[in-house]
Ligand binder design. Structure first.
Ligand code: FA5
Length: 350
């Protein structure tokens, strides 16, 4: 190759390279450009590698010119890349621009639901009385929901619970009350036991102002030596006082639950009308809060406890009814209807 043709070759390459760089519109395009001229297999790199094939006379000249072009192209490339990167950054900043003159957005504060408030309050009251709060499954086996509560499969009492069945073959049900946690708790530990179990319960029954198909109960269970009915009455009286103040009267009446002996229903005089009779207490002056009783010996035996050694009491309070009394809401369906205009009036911000 003559010196002139080497010069021509470099000249043409320089021309193409600078024109190509001029045309490159974005960072991706100049990366391609860099690869095709200055990269390991690029045009200029290939030229410089080929210098050895030239004659001793033309090699120094071609080398000097080739290296000078490399310096020039590298500088031009760096400059172009800086310009393109700055333009890209400007575009991004423009797109993300924040107008600081706009008014701020108010954060939306959550608040606890009236039912959660009662559950929290009851858990605190019972914690001070030495009870631990535990939780249990909402989908239950018939064994815990019925059998271990002294309600065998052929017992008529089983029909009373208006059960929603999940899986007929395995007898999985939506728990009809929180009582299944009695056996679950006792199976897990030896006596003494003192637990409360807040949670959902489900029954297939017609809805009205005081009945929902999904509602909430708080189960209580105390098992120890020498536990008597007086302990049950004293405990529930104390809880009623803590919840509704010292003026409330309490009433226990005989009731039947297969898992208690004896069983009672537990009511307080109506806090709305002071026991005189009103719409909420259906003119009776009393509001039933739940069922209770002494744990049936068969239930204790079923979990391996000895009814000659220990005794206990249990109760199941209707949380929705308590929340209705506290809030003055006279329709239980308002709790799950999710109308924020209603719930916001009672929401407590934690
Ligand atoms: C029971 O569910 C028993 N497991 C309670 C119990 C526990 C008795 C331990 C003895 C020992 P009962 O079906 O009465 O009992 O329900 C208890 C309370 O749950 C009721 O007083 C009521 O406040 C509430 N409750 C029952 N059904 C509904 C319903 N459909 N909607 C709203 N609250 C309900």
């Amino acid at each position: 190759m003559s010196p002139t043709s080497v010069q021509d070759q470099l000249h043409a390459m320089r021309h193409r390279a600078l024109a190509g760089l001029d045309d490159a519109a974005g960072l991706a395009a100049i990366t391609d450009w860099e690869r095709s001229f200055l990269g390991a297999k690029g045009e200029l790199t290939t030229f410089l590698r080929g210098l050895g094939a030239l004659s001793a006379e033309e090699r120094p000249l071609a080398g000097r010119a080739g290296n000078a072009l490399k310096v020039e192209l590298t500088k031009a490339y760096e400059a172009k890349r800086t310009t393109l990167a700055a333009a890209a950054l400007d575009r991004r900043l423009d797109a993300d621009a924040v107008d600081i003159s706009l008014p701020g957005r108010r954060p939306v504060f959550g608040g606890s639901h009236p039912l959660s408030q009662v559950i929290d309050e009851l858990s605190e009251i019972f914690a001070l009385l030495g009870y631990q709060t535990v939780f249990g499954p909402e989908v239950e086996t018939a064994r815990y929901n019925f059998d271990l509560l002294n309600i065998p499969a052929d017992h008529p009492a089983r029909d009373v619970w208006d059960t929603l069945h999940v899986e007929a073959a395995e007898e999985l049900v939506l728990r009809t009350h929180t009582s299944p946690m009695q056996a679950r708790t006792m199976e897990r530990q030896p006596p003494p036991v003192r637990v409360v179990v807040p949670g959902k319960a489900f029954r297939y029954e017609a809805q009205d102002a005081s009945h929902e198909w999904m509602f909430h109960q708080l189960e209580g269970l105390a098992v120890d030596t020498n536990i008597t009915m007086s302990d049950l009455k004293g405990t529930l009286a104390e809880v009623a006082r803590q919840l509704f103040g010292p003026a409330r009267k309490i009433r226990f009446r005989c009731d039947f639950f297969p898992f208690t002996e004896p069983g009672v229903d537990f009511a307080i005089d109506c806090a709305i009308c002071d026991g005189r009779g009103c719409r909420v207490c259906k003119q009776t002056g009393w509001l039933e809060l739940g069922g209770a009783g002494m744990v049936h010996p068969n239930v204790l035996r079923g979990v391996g406890y000895d009814p000659d050694q220990v005794s206990g009491f249990a109760f199941g309070l209707g949380i929705d009814r308590i929340a209705m009394m506290r809030s003055g809401l006279d329709d239980i369906r308002a709790f799950a209807a999710n109308d924020l205009r209603v719930l916001r009036q009672f929401a407590r911000v934690a």
